[in-house]
Design a protein around this ligand. Structure first.
Ligand code: HEC
Length: 129
């Protein structure tokens, strides 16, 4: 009996996976990062209001020469935030609100950004540009 169920699992797993693959599950390719509750257009306005371009080159915004922090291109594909934590939606939003809570030695200041604002900003940053 145990032998039979092992065999059927060995047979059924690839079949089930193939079925899921056609639905986009099982895929090893990560999809684009999504920020729940984030509106990229509002994010763009907030980025301008908070003056992020004083320190960062940001796609779609005039920030020529800004080079205090890293350029924020392709933020949705970056592996780490601040070089210290995995770049997940929650971690990126947390970073924007309070960078020093994540890396006490970071030079990025806390700008008084709310969680809701951070979600909008993150949505703009991870959007393919
Ligand atoms: C005074 C300069 C300064 C300002 C203003 C500033 N940052 Fe930063 N930021 C930095 C620095 C420096 C780093 C690199 C921090 C580190 O690696 O410890 C950084 C890192 C980041 C990162 C992580 C990038 C990565 O590749 O890990 C993001 C995202 C980010 N900033 C977004 C923003 C946004 C959005 C704003 C505006 C709301 C902003 N920053 C305002 C200096 C600044």
């Amino acid at each position: 009996m145990a032998k039979v169920s092992r065999v059927s699992i060995a047979f059924l797993l690839p079949v089930a996976c193939a079925a899921l693959l056609s639905l986009g599950a099982c895929s090893s390719e990560p999809g684009p990062m999504r920020i729940a509750g984030g509106d990229p257009q509002l994010g763009r306005e907030l980025i301008q209001r908070y003056g992020c371009v004083a320190c960062h080159a940001i796609p779609g915004l005039s920030s020529y020469g800004a080079n205090v922090g890293p350029p924020l291109h392709r933020m949705g594909e970056r592996a780490y935030v601040g070089g210290v934590i995995a770049n997940t939606p929650d971690n990126l939003v947390a970073w924007l609100q309070n960078p020093a809570a994540i890396d006490p030695r970071t030079a990025m200041p806390r700008l008084g950004i709310s969680e809701r604002e951070a979600r909008h900003i993150a949505a703009y940053l991870v959007k393919p540009h």
